[in-house]
Design a binder for this molecule. Structure first.
Ligand code: UD1
Ligand code: CA
Length: 454
């Protein structure tokens, strides 16, 4: 059986008061529509169709190959929007799931249940409803004396009696495809707004003598649609709880889940502890037994096991195991820290590899560098990697001791076991096991190394 999905995303989203199309506003670091696409993916068999209109180019640009798109121009209501998808789908699917792209909390499992319900239903459509005290401006589900669904009435046209109805239209539907395409043509133009409402298909089915199935949901959070920034914050908080709960069930400790901001794609191994006010963003992956935070931002970074990261900012970096960082350290793109690297306060590393056991305790900048195992970077060391036009590389060997406040003027190589005196300005390569001092630093004597040469 072929099951397609149509996501409606053409509306203006006026109440967001934004130049960004509504469905591109992020929730847990991903555009709202990403969440909607993820939800429909689990219940359908075909590539989804997204109906776009306002901000069409931007939305299409974001979607890329992940969905088919069709433009609805002008936007004459939700029924009219579904009509726009007919050419792409007619004859190509048996069931059609329709939902709105501004409901990022709607779960895939819920849509799966909806589809299962429609498979059993002899009538042409099933829809999701919820019973709630706060009507949120939703359409009301009108049922006949025998309890069957007879209509959906939008709030602004509802009678005082209908306004009291607590069963609401969530905005998730599953249709028999053939019936849908014919029914859409019969939707009457709404006299007040001149629009075509998808919700009027309910009355059409009832007129045809066919039954409409309503599946009541019990999770009230799932139905929150985003129309304003206040709704957006509400959805963000609910999504955060949902994401954090899943991590905790997988063995992650969170001291304060409410202040742990973890984006949708992040992976965390067990026995890792997330301290308060920590942001894990983008394609971040953490292994096991780490302690991250408090007050830490980690973005697009891979972290092994047993690392401790306190009050630091990491972006586009890789950490192997047992790295100890912070407070107030910063890793930028291409920073790669090997096992047991120690990085103390006010250090910055960019596009550099620090091999196992490197120590960099205080106030240093390392950029475009390779540092060998067990080298010690003294306080205030700077790789002077930029001459105003180009970046240059610095290669520091193993077991090197860089004295405090050394300036390493790249391009530069320092051999294994070499040493620089405090305040040295190194402009020329330094041979193995050699001590250099001064400004510019020059060789003064040969050294006896404590650790053996490899
Ligand atoms: C809709 C339902 C209402 C339901 C509520 C749940 C209708 C007529 N009403 O109302 O019963 O309780 O959702 O949130 O369907 N869109 C288009 N093209 C259009 C109009 C809308 O693509 O011409 C899209 C919007 O971008 C949005 C979705 O359809 O993603 C819903 O439209 P919206 O105007 O927000 O409908 P509601 O008034 O919320
Ligand atoms: Ca809405």
């Amino acid at each position: 059986m072929k099951i397609s999905a149509i996501l409606l995303a053409a509306g203006q989203g006026t109440r967001m008061k934004s130049s960004l199309p509504k469905v591109l506003h992020p929730v847990a670091g991903k555009p709202m529509i990403w969440h909607a696409l993820r939800a429909v993916a689990t219940s359908t068999t075909e590539k989804p169709v997204v109906v776009i209109g306002h901000g069409a180019d931007e939305v299409k640009g974001y979607l890329g190959e992940s969905a088919q798109t069709v433009r609805q121009e002008p936007q004459l209501g939700t029924g009219h929007a579904v009509m726009a998808a007919e050419n792409l789908l007619r004859g190509r699917s048996d069931l059609v799931v329709v939902c709105y792209a501004d409901m990022p909390l709607l779960r895939g499992e819920t849509l799966q249940k909806l589809v299962e319900t429609q498979k059993q239903n002899k009538g042409p459509m099933s829809l999701l409803t919820v019973v709630a005290d706060d009507p949120r401006g939703f359409g009301r589900i009108v049922r006949g004396r025998d309890g069957t669904v007879s209509a959906i009435v939008e709030e602004y046209v509802a009678t005082p009696e209908q306004l009291q109805i607590k069963e609401l239209n969530v905005g998730g539907y599953c249709f028999d495809a053939k019936w849908l395409w014919e029914a859409l043509k019969r939707i009457p133009k709404n006299p007040k707004k001149g629009e075509y409402y998808l919700t009027d298909t309910v009355e059409l089915a009832v007129k045809d003598g066919l039954s409409v199935h309503a599946t009541a949901m019990d999770d009230l959070e799932e139905i929150i649609g985003v129309n304003t920034r206040a709704h957006l914050a509400e959805v963000e908080a609910a999504m955060r709880r949902r994401i954090n709960e899943a991590h905790m069930l997988n063995g992650v400790t969170m001291i304060d889940p409410a202040s742990s901001y973890i984006e949708a794609d992040v992976k965390i191994g067990r026995d890792t502890t997330i301290m308060p006010n920590t942001y894990l963003q983008g394609k971040t992956e953490l292994g096991e037994g780490n302690v991250v935070g408090p007050n830490t931002v980690v973005r697009d970074t891979k972290i092994g096991n047993g690392c401790k990261i306190l009050a630091s900012v990491l972006e586009g970096a890789t950490l192997e195991n047992d790295v100890d960082m912070g407070p107030f350290a910063r890793l930028r793109k291409g920073a790669h820290l090997g096992n047991h690297v120690h990085m103390g306060n006010f250090g910055e590393v960019k596009d550099s590899h620090l091999a196992e056991g490197v120590k960099m305790g205080h106030f240093s900048y390392i950029g475009n560098a390779k540092i060998g195992a067990n080298t010690n970077i003294g306080a205030g060391t700077i790789t002077c990697n930029y001459d105003g036009e180009k970046k240059h590389n610095t290669e520091i060997g193993a077991d090197v001791f860089i004295g405090s406040d050394t300036m390493l003027v790249a391009p530069l190589k320092l051999g294994d076991g070499s040493r620089t005196g405090a305040g040295a300005v190194v402009t020329k390569d330094v041979q193995e096991d050699t001590l250099v001092v001064g400004m510019p630093a020059r060789a003064i004597r040969k050294l006896e190394r404590k650790s053996k040469k490899k």
